[in-house]
Design a protein around this ligand. Structure first.
Ligand code: ZN
Length: 300
């Protein structure tokens, strides 16, 4: 274990992780614009108010004439920002969409990671922003609106960690584009120092459907997706995406990888390497990841 990093494994609450997934997946659906979706936003808002010392706000937008919202929170002084995010909306091929793994699991991991970091905010040099997005299943609507407004504020954004579907499989994967490899490397280093297994993959640049990290890649902000590694989740976007399918230990691993990684980032900053040099250094990984990507292309 890297001695300068707090022992987040002891500070993490299993009960929080379970409670959050249980609450969010108890709604018939959290489809964007529905009452289940908006009730979930208010739950996340009050969870943040009750469990962190952050500044919490709602960012409203409309979807098909219905009001929807992103839930935002921040700790730390104004300055370079690190964003931790997940989407809280769900979708299915019927009216029943519990979305326990996609993506209540990611919200639970992101909330708990943000809580751990907010407890140590006095040790951090950056502003940490938490974002729970709606509209992910509608071509990343919520995160695209968030990014548009963020850019208007003209504050530097150092890194983004997006957590989506982390409760099934063997361990976690870190997906980055080429420009975000340095960020995946730091997350990987932090994870290994706490014996948390994960693998790193590089993915390309498909249309706005792969997850909210894409909204940041679209404007050249470094972002990494934490996503479960293993067999394809068979209950994606279905009525059976229920809490009994979720492995809480995996969700906790995602929370720890995020909080440890962000804490490590605090002491490192970004690493500037020529993209051409990086390409040749990473060529074997890129080749393997490309093969994996074509095998496992999926919608989150
Ligand atoms: Zn998802």
């Amino acid at each position: 274990m890297t001695s300068s990093i707090p022992d987040f494994t002891q500070e993490l609450s299993s009960q929080h992780v379970m409670d959050i997934i249980e609450n969010l997946s108890s709604h018939a659906t959290r489809k964007t614009g529905t009452s289940g979706c908006n009730s979930s936003a208010y739950y996340i808002q009050s969870w943040l108010q009750n469990n962190t010392s952050s500044t919490v706000s709602l960012q409203y937008f409309s979807y098909e004439s219905e009001v929807s919202m992103n839930v935002l929170a921040s700790v730390g002084d104004i300055g370079p920002r690190i964003i931790i995010c997940a989407h809280y909306d769900s979708i299915s091929y019927s009216e029943v969409a519990p979305g326990a793994n996609d993506d209540a699991s990611g919200i639970a991991a992101a909330l708990e990671a943000f809580r751990l970091l907010s407890n140590h905010s006095s040790e951090l040099n950056y502003q940490i922003i938490f974002a729970a997005f709606a509209g992910e299943e509608q071509a990343l609507l919520g995160s695209r609106i968030f990014v548009q407004k963020l850019l208007l504020e003209q504050q530097p954004i150092m890194a983004v960690i997006n957590i989506d579907t982390v409760g099934y499989g063997f361990f976690q994967s870190l997906y980055s584009n080429l420009a975000s490899l340095w960020l995946a490397d730091i997350l990987m280093e932090g994870a290994f120092s706490f014996q948390l297994p994960c693998v790193k993959s590089i993915i390309g640049y498909p249309e706005n459907s792969a997850g909210d990290h894409q909204s940041f890649w679209n404007v050249n902000i470094p972002a990494v997706l934490i996503y479960e590694h293993g067999p394809q989740y068979p209950f994606f976007h279905g009525e059976q995406d229920t809490i009994d399918k979720v492995n809480f230990d995996l969700v906790k691993q995602a929370a720890l990888i995020s909080s440890i990684g962000i804490y490590l980032l605090n002491s490192r900053g970004s690493i500037s390497i020529s993209p051409i040099l990086m390409f040749f250094v990473m060529l074997p990984t890129i080749t393997l990841a490309g093969v994996f990507f074509f095998i496992s292309t999926k919608k989150l």
